[in-house]
Design a protein around this ligand. Structure first.
Ligand SMILES: Cc1cc2nc3c(=O)[nH]c(=O)nc-3n(C[C@H](O)[C@H](O)[C@H](O)COP(=O)(O)OP(=O)(O)OC[C@H]3O[C@@H](n4cnc5c(N)ncnc54)[C@H](O)[C@@H]3O)c2cc1C
Length: 553
C-alpha cells in the first residue's frame, strides 16, 4: 500500500457539530485532562447531549492512568479503613465493567496466604472477605464472580506450588478483575465521547483557566506545534490528575492534591510463578502487596509514599525496587535476584487529597469534586480510582445538573452502556471466526483483547498490500495496527502507538524489540519522513530508559 492511501484511510472520527476553536462560540463544557477520569467525564457529558471539548497536554491516558496496578477491584484493603461506601461503589463498577467492557476487563482470582505472625490475623481477613461478598451480593447489577473460599495450607500449596511453605498456616481465594490495558479503557471512553460530538485535542496544554467577574469563561491553550488559542465555556472540569493544582495556576484555592508515588516492577515469569494473583502482607512494613500475572509477565506493586516533586518525572528509586523484589522473594523463593532481573518498571503519582500527616495508606481513595467559589462553573477532580471512573463522571454530571443545567436528563446514559469495543458473546464469536479466517485464531484472540469490535477494522485494513505482515520481533502485531493507531485512534508519536494503541510497548522488551521496525514501516508507508522516524525512535528509546528497560534492546 502506498503512503497516500494509508493517509486517506478512515475519516470516521471527525466531530461534526462542535463549536470552532477560535473562542467565537462556546462549548457547554471543557474538560482538562484526558486520563481515565477526564475521558469518562467527557463521555458522560457528550452522551448527555452537551457540547464538550476535551484537552490533554500529551496523549490520552499517558499520565497516572497508565501507571496503575491495572486492577478493577472493590479494594479489600479499604475495609480496614471502614470505607464501606467506596468498596460498594467500586464493586458495582467492577461488575459493570465486566459486562460493558468484556474485551478489556476480565475476572482475576487472587489468593491470600496466611503466615504465622502476620499483622492481619486469618479471622480478620476472612471477616473482610465475607463482608466483601455480602457487599457484592447486594449489587443491583448482580454479581458474576464467585464468592471467596477458604483454603487449607495443602490446598494453597497445590494452587501456588512456588509459595514459601515455611510458616504458612492456610489461606483464602477471592475474585476481583484486571484491566490488562487501562490505556485502552481511556481510549474507548474518548471514542464514545467523540462519536457523540465531543471535540478532542491532544498535545494541547491548557495554559490558563479564564475567569471573568467571578465566573469561569473558558481556557487558553498552547499546542505542541506552538499554536495558541482559547475556547469558551461556562463550565470547566479540571481532571488533570496529579497536575490539578498546577492547572489552577493563579486561581485562589487551597492546595488540593497531595500525591503519593507508587511503583511497579515488571519481570518475566520465574519458576512456579503464580497463575492467579497473590495478595500478600509485606514482611517489612505490613503493607498489602500484589504479585499479579499480567500480559504473560509478572507485575509486582505497589509502593505508596508522599511525593512533592514533578509528577511527570516520578520514577522508581532503589529502595522501592528492592522492597518490591525482596517482598516477592520472601513469598516466592524461586524469584531470587528479582531486582536485577526486572524487565522494566512503572511509576505513577496518585492524585490523592492533600493530607500532610498520617499514613499514606489511610488517605481516602474516594473521589471528591471540588467547587471553586472564586470561579463559578469551575470544578476540580481530586482522588478517585481507575475502577470508579464512570461513577465519578456520573457524580460530576449530577453536580453540574443540580447547579447549572437543571434541564439535563436525570438518568445516566453510561450506566449500562457497553463501551464501543464491547460485543455480546454471540457477536464476539462471529467476529473471532471472521477475523480468525483471515488472520488465524490466535491473532483474532489477541486483536479482540486489544481492540474488541474494532478488530474487524484492523482485519480489513490488513487486506491492503504491505499491511498484513507482523512487525519483526513483536510476535503478532501487524503493520496495519500502526496505520490504524495514527488514522483511527488519534496516536501522534511512536510511544502513543506502541504504549497505548497496539500495546506492543508492554511486552517483555517494553517494545524495544519492535520500535525500530515500526518507525521504519511508517517511513516506508510515507506517513513519516526519515527525520521524523529517527526522532520518534530516539524519543522512544529515552522513554524506555526512564522505565529501566533496554537490556533486551
Ligand atoms: C501506583 C498506582 C497504582 C494504582 N492502582 C490502581 C488500581 O489497581 N486500580 C484502580 O482502580 N486505581 C488504581 N490507581 C489509581 C488510578 O490509577 C488513578 O486514580 C487514575 O488513573 C487517575 O486518573 P486521572 O484521569 O484523574 O489522572 P491522569 O491519568 O493522571 O490524567 C490527567 C491528565 O491530565 C493531563 N494534564 C495535566 N496538565 C494538563 C494541562 N495543563 N492541560 C491539559 N492536560 C493536562 C495529563 O497529561 C494527564 O493525561 C493507581 C494509581 C497509582 C499511582
Amino acid at each position: 500500500m502506498d503512503g497516500g492511501s494509508a493517509a486517506n484511510a478512515g475519516r470516521d472520527l471527525r466531530p461534526t457539530d462542535a463549536p470552532p476553536l477560535d473562542g467565537s462560540a462556546p462549548f457547554d463544557l471543557i474538560v482538562v485532562g484526558a486520563g481515565i477520569n477526564g475521558a469518562a467525564v467527557a463521555r458522560e457529558a457528550a452522551l448527555s447531549g452537551l457540547r464538550v471539548l476535551l484537552l490533554d497536554r500529551g496523549d490520552l491516558g499517558a499520565g497516572t492512568s497508565s501507571a496503575s496496578s491495572r486492577l478493577i477491584h472493590g479494594g479489600l484493603r479499604y475495609l480496614e479503613y471502614a470505607e464501606i461506601g467506596l468498596v460498594y461503589e467500586s464493586l458495582a463498577e467492577r461488575e459493570r465493567l465486566l459486562r460493558t467492557a468484556p474485551h478489556l476487563v476480565e475476572p482475576l482470582e487472587l489468593c491470600i496466604p496466611f503466615y504465622a505472625g502476620a499483622r492481619r490475623r486469618p479471622w480478620q481477613i476472612r471477616f473482610g472477605l465475607t463482608l466483601y461478598d455480602l457487599l457484592s451480593a447486594g449489587l443491583s447489577a448482580g454479581k458474576s464472580v464467585p464468592n471467596h473460599s477458604s483454603l487449607s495450607r495443602a490446598e494453597l500449596l497445590a494452587r501456588l506450588p512456588g509459595l514459601r511453605a515455611d510458616g504458612l498456616v492456610g489461606g483464602a481465594s477471592y475474585f476481583d478483575a484486571q484491566a490488562r490495558y487501562p490505556e485502552r479503557l481511556v481510549l474507548e471512553n474518548v471514542r464514545d465521547a467523540v462519536e457523540h460530538g465531543a471535540r478532542l485535542m491532544t498535545y494541547t496544554q491548557v495554559t490558563r483557566i479564564r475567569v471573568e467577574g467571578g465566573r469561569v469563561t473558558g481556557v487558553d491553550w498552547r499546542a505542541a506545534d506552538g499554536a495558541t488559542g482559547s475556547a469558551a465555556a461556562a463550565l470547566v472540569v479540571n481532571a488533570a490528575g496529579p497536575w490539578v493544582d498546577e492547572v489552577l495556576g493563579p486561581i485562589k484555592h487551597t492546595r488540593l492534591i497531595g500525591g503519593t508515588k507508587g511503583s511497579h516492577l515488571i519481570a518475566a515469569q520465574f519458576p512456579n510463578a503464580p497463575r492467579s494473583g497473590v495478595y500478600v502482607e509485606a514482611g517489612s512494613d505490613g503493607r498489602p502487596l500484589f504479585i499479579l500475572p499480567w500480559n504473560g509477565l509478572v507485575l509486582v506493586g505497589t509502593t505508596d509514599e508522599r511525593y512533592d516533586g514533578d509528577a511527570s518525572a516520578a520514577t522508581i528509586d532503589r529502595t522501592e525496587l528492592e522492597y518490591l523484589a525482596g517482598e516477592t522473594e520472601r513469598v516466592f523463593p524461586a524469584a531470587a535476584g528479582l531486582a536485577g532481573r526486572a524487565l522494566y518498571t512503572q511509576t505513577g503519582v496518585r492524585p490523592l487529597p492533600h493530607r500532610p500527616k498520617g499514613k499514606e495508606g489511610a488517605i481516602t481513595r474516594r473521589h471528591l469534586i471540588r467547587r471553586h467559589r472564586s470561579a463559578a462553573g469551575l470544578y476540580s477532580i481530586v482522588g478517585g480510582k481507575l475502577t470508579t471512573h464512570r461513577a465519578l463522571a456520573e457524580d460530576v454530571l449530577r453536580v453540574l445538573r443540580r447547579r447549572h443545567l437543571p434541564r439535563l436528563a436525570r438518568t445516566s446514559p453510561t450506566r449500562d452502556r457497553p463501551l464501543p469495543g464491547a460485543l455480546g458473546a454471540a457477536e464476539r464469536d462471529a467476529l473471532l471466526e471472521q477475523v480468525g479466517a483471515r488472520l488465524g485464531a490466535a491473532q483474532a484472540r489477541r486483536l479482540w483483547h486489544v481492540y474488541g469490535a474494532a478488530s474487524g477494522r484492523i482485519a480489513r485494513l490488513a487486506e491492503r498490500p504491505g499491511l498484513d505482515r507482523p512487525l519483526r520481533g513483536a510476535g503478532s502485531v501487524l503493520v496495519a495496527e500502526l496505520v490504524h493507531a495514527l488514522e483511527h485512534e488519534w496516536a501522534k508519536t511512536l510511544a502513543d502507538i506502541l504504549q497505548r494503541r497496539c500495546m506492543a510497548g508492554l511486552d517483555a522488551s517494553f517494545g524495544l524489540g519492535v520500535a525500530a521496525t515500526a518507525a521504519a514501516e511508517l517511513e516506508r508507508l510515507g506517513l513519516w519522513d526519515r527525520a521524523r522516524a529517527a526522532e520518534e525512535l530516539g524519543r522512544y528509546r529515552e522513554l524506555a530508559a526512564r522505565h529501566g528497560a533496554g537490556r533486551l534492546a
